[in-house]
Design a protein around this ligand. Structure first.
Ligand code: CA
Length: 227
């Protein structure tokens, strides 16, 4: 039986989701504060964690960051009433796998849960070979990126975005394709999240002295790394 941890301080809302998930055949545990969420998340093995953003004490984003810091790759979906690009970016940057603004329909939550579980299973598959481009080297085995031999400090999303672009060298990837490949869902999430992340990546990998960015913009379509 798949185990889901709900971290949510609104009791009625937590109870509603809990009942739906039990009805779907999941084993569910509910806790009501960020601190308890962090302790429970790192004490046990979970198949998915549903994490409310606005929690008393420790904020949901912070809980997620600390779960990742503790070395847990458990799929995390952040639930929040706030819905702006900045919040999405912050949420995803904290290491969350997905982000779902409230209110949502329960079917969408269920679909997202299935999707993150599928992806985490796929992530456990065979590690791939290292890929190089100019002086960049990305190594999926160690999940590291280096430039001219020096390690770069990339977030999870930045890493995945770069990996997808390098694995599809010379293919122009649209924003929607990148959303699908990196964020993993094809719903109505704002595609400018992709632009924000490409900007982050360029800031980390490009040389200020060089005219040509590693990642090229194809106007009106998306992005490409050309060999
Ligand atoms: Ca809350």
């Amino acid at each position: 039986m798949k185990r889901i941890l709900i971290v949510e301080d609104e009791r009625n809302f937590a109870r509603f989701i809990e009942l739906e998930l039990i009805h779907q055949g999941y084993a569910v545990t509910v806790v009501g504060t960020g601190q308890e969420g962090l302790e429970t998340a790192t004490r046990d093995a979970w198949d998915t964690i549903l994490l409310d953003a606005m929690l008393p004490g420790l904020h949901g984003f912070e809980v997620c960051r600390r779960i990742r810091q503790a070395g847990f790759a458990t799929p995390v979906i952040i639930l929040t009433a706030r819905d702006s690009v900045t919040d999405r970016v912050l949420g995803l940057d904290s290491g969350a796998d997905d982000y779902l603004p409230k209110p949502f329909v329960i079917e969408e939550l269920l679909a997202r849960i299935r999707a993150v579980m599928r992806r985490s299973k796929r992530g456990a598959a065979e590690p791939q070979e290292a890929v190089t481009y100019r002086d960049l080297r990305i190594d999926p085995m160690t999940r590291t990126v280096s430039k001219a031999g020096a390690l770069l400090d990339l977030t999870k999303r930045e890493y995945e975005l770069l990996l997808v672009l390098m694995n599809h060298k010379d293919r122009v990837l649209s924003r929607n394709m990148l959303l699908d490949l990196v964020w993993g869902y094809d719903c109505e999430v704002e595609t400018n999240v992709v632009d924000v992340y490409v900007r982050y990546l360029r800031n980390k990998i490009d040389d200020p002295a060089q005219q040509r960015s590693y990642i090229q913009t194809v106007r009106g379509i998306g992005y490409v790394i050309r060999s």
